[in-house]
Design a protein around this ligand. Structure first.
Ligand SMILES: NC(=O)c1ccc[n+]([C@@H]2O[C@H](COP(=O)([O-])OP(=O)(O)OC[C@H]3O[C@@H](n4cnc5c(N)ncnc54)[C@H](OP(=O)(O)O)[C@@H]3O)[C@@H](O)[C@H]2O)c1
Length: 304
């Protein structure tokens, strides 16, 4: 479908913000980068080919007042810090694409979104950002790069991302989509960050068994929250992760090594909050969260 060129605001021009901004630029939409380190281009490398995407950087939220397509791709714990950008273009005509991990996409932006429509997204692109404005992308999923709800605000992005070369699946059951993705992040991210080892650490028999027990607890919570999760999925997920290539890493491990804050509140913290709402005991997940929380020095997160 031919789309009219509409300016797009990228709030969080990291690995994923650049991947999505580049696709929207290819589809004919000029890209404005909101705050963060000033950049004039996104240098996007995929399959050995590098493309230079021109962007406009601004530090003034008033300059995106008329933008009706907004991509939020800061780490979950950085969302509050970009509230001013989200508020700047809050309007009934605005669609806010939340490209973040976890299951609380809508709750996270609720205080700031005004009348904007929220589009939660499951992101299956893998990106490394060695420095601002530079990203290397991989697309490990055989199915889709982005999974979004099957509703009107989400479909405003679907055609545009597809025109820019991304594979997008609209799924009527986004609750299940978000929990399915969470199940992989839930064990890979905290366990690699805690052990300072890559995903192959899950091949240790004791760690594999621990990961399966964690996922069994999380699956019970996910089902109570309305997600479809088969009884054998925890074991199958761990087996699948154990076959990841040697050296496969996680963002939480990279953040720990670099001394950056960890995104665990959006992952383990979110499951604890859901478990609390559904009155489900999750003792192993609670211990895992406490360990990562202590690692991060952030004892204020978790269920309230
Ligand atoms: N990377 C992946 O492979 C991947 C895969 C799937 C899902 N995800 C999820 O996608 C989300 C984004 O992850 P990411 O890896 O793209 O993060 P990232 O590379 O760390 O990028 C975050 C970006 O946000 C910007 N930012 C932070 N605070 C800001 C502020 N106050 N104002 C303006 N900009 C600010 C940073 O700016 P600076 O340039 O100034 O540092 C950076 O460009 C996360 O929820 C992550 O879990 C990531």
């Amino acid at each position: 479908m031919t789309q009219t060129a509409e300016p797009v605001a990228i709030v969080g021009a990291g690995a994923i913000g650049m991947a999505l901004g580049a696709a929207l630029f290819r589809a004919g939409h000029p890209v404005t980068v909101c705050g963060g380190t000033p950049v004039q281009t996104f240098e996007v490398t995929e399959d050995g080919r590098t493309e230079s995407i021109p962007v406009t950087h601004t530090t003034e939220p008033a300059e995106i007042k008329e933008h009706r397509l907004v991509v939020l791709a800061v780490k979950a714990h950085q969302t509050e810090a970009v509230a001013g950008w989200i508020r700047a273009c809050a309007d009934p005509g605005t669609a806010l694409f939340v490209a973040q991990n976890g299951i609380e996409h809508r709750d996270r932006v609720e205080p700031y979104r005004g009348d904007s429509s929220v589009v939660p997204a499951g992101v299956y692109i893998n990106g490394d950002r060695p420095r601002p404005g530079v990203v290397t992308l991989r697309r490990p999923s055989v199915d889709a790069d982005l999974v979004i709800p099957d509703d009107a605000p989400a479909l405003r992005f679907k055609d545009r991302f597809e025109a820019g070369g991304l594979r997008v699946r609209a799924d009527p059951d986004f609750v299940t989509v978000a929990w399915q993705k969470l199940l992989t992040n839930l064990v890979t991210n905290p366990i690699t960050a805690l052990t300072l080892r890559r995903i192959e650490v899950l091949r240790e028999p004791g760690i594999g068994a621990f990961a399966t027990r964690l996922l069994e607890e999380a699956a019970e919570v996910g089902r109570a929250a309305g997600a479809v999760i088969a009884s054998d999925q925890p074991g199958r997920t761990v087996t699948w992760l154990q076959h990841f290539p040697d050296g496969a890493t996680t963002s939480m491990l990279q953040d720990r090594v670099a001394g950056r804050p960890l995104e665990h509140d959006a992952i383990t913290g979110a499951v604890l909050r859901a478990a609390y709402r559904h009155d489900i005991a999750v003792s192993q997940l609670r211990s895992l969260h406490a360990l990562v929380d202590a690692l991060d020095g952030n004892r204020a997160s978790g269920p309230t």
